[in-house]
Ligand binder design. Structure first.
Ligand code: PLP
Length: 403
């Protein structure tokens, strides 16, 4: 279990120790992300065992690419989903072998494609016809065979934020079924320059409505059957990532039940598919593992509005500003005193620079430290240099040891 309260103080319990977060935050004396690495590995295990068949997990490193987290995931034998040459290079540096690397993304450059082909990565997920043409051309030029899968767009409503929906047919991602004949013809005419591995989809992120995954899998599966019926052998079926977490509350048993339910639903939807099943989860693996800690610089109270002005904000964690995303915010040390409602805001010169709207705090004072929960995914990786504050440090604990 990542972070718990002991006598009102937030601690990380690992290897039989209570790591006191306030002591750690005060010693850093700067905003920092603190991650529970053991929890990351536990959640990967839970996801793997939630399927009733073997599944190849490719962790979507865009969610969090702390090097020690990547090293541990690689050492545990999982694969990785990447979306740029930078991510492929970092993944390989952290121990993933090329045959564990998948490259997704709509805008792959020639340099990125060449790097993927030269290194013979496991699979390039192709998002458009011109991208396939470019891959074929580059494979021929390099004299190597590229392994490709086609990212299909199943036109499914994932009922998530519009900015994290990717499986509608008017999104820039993937291709609808009508492109398949052209794609297959290009593969067949490529004189062996590309190896057609299978189909893939990814309909979005922070998806809580899991029926959407079933619908997407079923629709993509029909496309898959169509390809197989035409006699083309395939080897992989990649069901993407996107499973969400409940940012409003945390109950470890409920989390495990939700992961179990997802695995069960997917297993059922995949019955009879005799291919390697791949997934690309990010948020559900690392979202819970991280908190962002920040110090209250000023308690600014006015007759019409109260603010806790902190030293961290949208430059470290942009999700509330970008998506109006909700993160629980609590003091590292619970206190008693007068209860008031505050907006928790950062130092950035934007009114969108909010970590939490209308939050209730008791006895809060200047110099108190706060934890912003569930900040392990799409937190530090989306940080910006805007206003040039020193970025939040990232500390991960594995087995009671800090990295
Ligand atoms: N796969 C692809 C292609 C993605 O773009 C993403 C992110 O949206 C993911 C996997 C991981 O998504 P999530 O972190 O929601 O599981």
């Amino acid at each position: 279990m990542p972070f718990v309260r002991k006598e009102g103080r937030l601690v990380l319990q690992q290897a039989g120790q209570d790591i006191d977060i306030l002591t750690l935050a005060q010693s850093e004396s700067h905003p920092c992300y603190i991650y529970d690495g053991d929890d990351v590995l536990n959640r990967l295990k839970a996801l793997k065992s939630s399927f009733d068949r073997p599944v190849s997990i490719h962790y979507a490193m865009k969610a969090n690419h702390h090097p020690e987290i990547l090293r541990r995931i690689a050492a545990a034998g999982y694969g990785v989903d990447t979306v740029s040459m930078g991510e492929v290079k970092k993944a390989m540096k952290c121990g993933f072998s090329a045959d564990q690397v998948v490259l997704s993304g709509v805008g792959k450059t020639v340099a990125e494609i060449d790097f993927a082909i030269e290194n013979q990565i496991k699979q390039i997920n192709v998002e458009s016809v011109p991208e396939l043409q470019r891959i074929i051309h580059r494979s021929q030029a390099l004299g190597k065979v590229a392994s490709v899968a086609f990212r299909m767009n199943p036109d499914v409503d994932p009922k998530t934020h519009p900015y994290t929906s990717t499986g509608f047919r008017d999104n820039k991602f993937g291709m609808d079924q009508s492109f398949l004949p052209q794609l297959i013809r290009l593969v067949q005419d490529s004189q062996g320059a590309v190896r057609f591995m299978g189909l893939t989809n990814h309909i979005g992120s922070q998806i809580r409505y899991t029926d959407a995954f079933e619908e997407a899998t079923e629709k993509t599966r029909r496309m898959l059957d169509h390809v197989l019926e035409s006699g083309i052998p395939l080897s992989t079926f990649d069901i993407g990532g996107g499973l969400g977490i409940d940012y409003d509350q945390y109950d470890p048993n409920k989390d495990l039940a939700e992961i179990g339910d997802y695995g069960l639903k997917m297993s059922q939807a995949l019955k009879g598919v005799d291919l390697e099943i791949m997934t690309e989860p990010g948020r559900v693996i690392v979202g819970r593992c991280g908190i962002l800690v920040t110090e209250v610089q000023y308690v600014k109270e006015a007759p019409y509005k109260n603010f806790l002005i902190c030293d961290s904000g949208m430059h470290d964690l942009i999700r509330p500003a970008l998506y109006r995303a909700h993160h629980r915010v609590e003091p590292l040390q619970l206190k008693s005193g007068e209860t008031k409602i505050y907006d928790v805001v950062g130092p950035i010169c934007e009114s969108a620079d909010v970590l939490g709207y209308d939050r209730r705090f008791e006895g809060v004072e200047q110099g108190d430290w706060l934890a912003v929960f569930d900040a392990g995914a799409y937190g530090a990786v989306m940080a910006s240099s805007y206003n040039l504050h020193e970025p939040a440090k990232e500390i991960v604990f594995f087995d009671g040891k800090a990295y």
